[in-house]
Design a protein around this ligand. Structure first.
Ligand SMILES: Nc1ncnc2c1ncn2[C@@H]1O[C@H](COP(=O)(O)OP(=O)(O)OP(=O)(O)O)[C@@H](O)[C@H]1O
Ligand SMILES: [Mg+2]
Length: 292
């Protein structure tokens, strides 16, 4: 994963040893689909004493793409990280309020944060494959860190299925043993998506996944997002308004009154409505480029 300053550590889905008796927010038995609904209520997010994001209440629908837009520093990344309990790995960071996935409180006392991070995967702004690992081992990295036993043939199947889902299989199938770092930026980002998918999450969080990519790779990732939403709940942060309009079903606009003030969710609606007839003037100003 990327640290907030853009450095790299192992991906979040890879993080930490798995406790021996983790409690997992299990998907409903009668619902074989992977996508899950998330309900956030009255969420306040702190770094130490600093209230970074205040009073967020929203529902994120399954099998759809939800986009977050808003000016730099309004708390989009901070909020995103609370959805899979990545926020709390920052020293002094805390969260008040509730985040529920299919009615299960992800911050409940009996919930294992590592299990939450496996179910709610994350893709970051800068592609961050493990540079010395082969393409194949990159895809399997999350699975390996979860200490899952997997046979050689199952591993090969999983590598192919994950790379195919990430729309990368055809480009790399003849060089699976070559280092992940040898791919182009757009390919590396799709490799990171394959790695996130390989642990079979129910939700994918993406923080500006295309900001380091050229327009063609960006479109490839956007096509991929549209494809993935058939199975997953997807949340994407983007500074690119056209991208939000192209890929998302719902859009949330975050804003900040000024430096030191907390970021707030100003408005959230169907993307078409948000970009044509937003209710709040601040939203209209932002999407029409009159912000600030
Ligand atoms: N690790 C941290 N420690 C302390 N404060 C932080 C940390 N990360 C972010 N913040 C602060 O939290 C607030 C929200 O930051 P955040 O990175 O979530 O904004 P953002 O909307 O994602 O901005 P951008 O569009 O630039 O990525 C900012 O005031 C930021 O300085
Ligand atoms: Mg950010």
């Amino acid at each position: 994963m990327s640290t907030p300053d853009g450095g790299t550590r192992p991906a979040p889905t890879d993080s930490g040893p798995r406790p021996s008796t983790p409690t997992t927010p299990t998907p409903k038995k009668d619902d074989p689909a992977m996508a899950q609904r998330i309900d956030v209520k009255d969420l306040n997010i702190y770094y130490g004493d600093f209230l970074a994001v205040e009073g967020v209440t929203m529902t994120i629908e399954p099998r759809s793409v939800t986009a977050f837009i808003g000016p730099s520093g309004c708390g989009k990344s901070t909020f995103l990280r609370t959805l899979n309990r990545m926020h709390e790995v920052i020293p002094g960071a805390s969260v008040h309020g509730s985040v529920e996935m299919e009615g299960v409180d992800l911050y409940g006392a009996d919930i294992d944060p590592v299990a939450v991070r496996r179910q709610i995967g994350m893709v970051f702004q800068r592609p961050n494959p493990f540079p010395t690992m082969s393409i194949e081992e990159n895809v399997l990295a999350g699975v390996r860190l979860l200490n899952k036993k997997i046979s050689k043939s199952d591993a090969a199947d999983l590598v192919e299925a994950s790379l195919a889902s990430a729309n990368l299989w055809n480009e790399v199938k003849d060089r699976l043993q070559k280092p992940g770092a040898g791919l182009s930026g757009g390919q590396q980002q799709r490799l990171c998506i394959a790695r996130a998918i390989a642990v079979k999450p129910q939700v994918l969080l993406m923080d500006e996944p295309c900001s380091a990519l050229d327009p063609i790779s960006t479109l490839a990732i956007e096509d991929l997002i549209t494809e993935l939403k058939k199975d997953y709940t997807i949340v994407i942060v983007t500074h690119n308004m056209q991208q939000a309009a192209r890929v998302s079903d719902r859009t949330g606009f975050f804003n900040i009154a000024g430096t030191g003030s907390p970021g707030k969710l100003i408005e959230m609606d169907d993307t078409g409505t948000m970009f044509s007839t937003p209710k709040e003037k601040a939203t209209e100003d932002y999407i029409s480029g009159r912000f600030g």
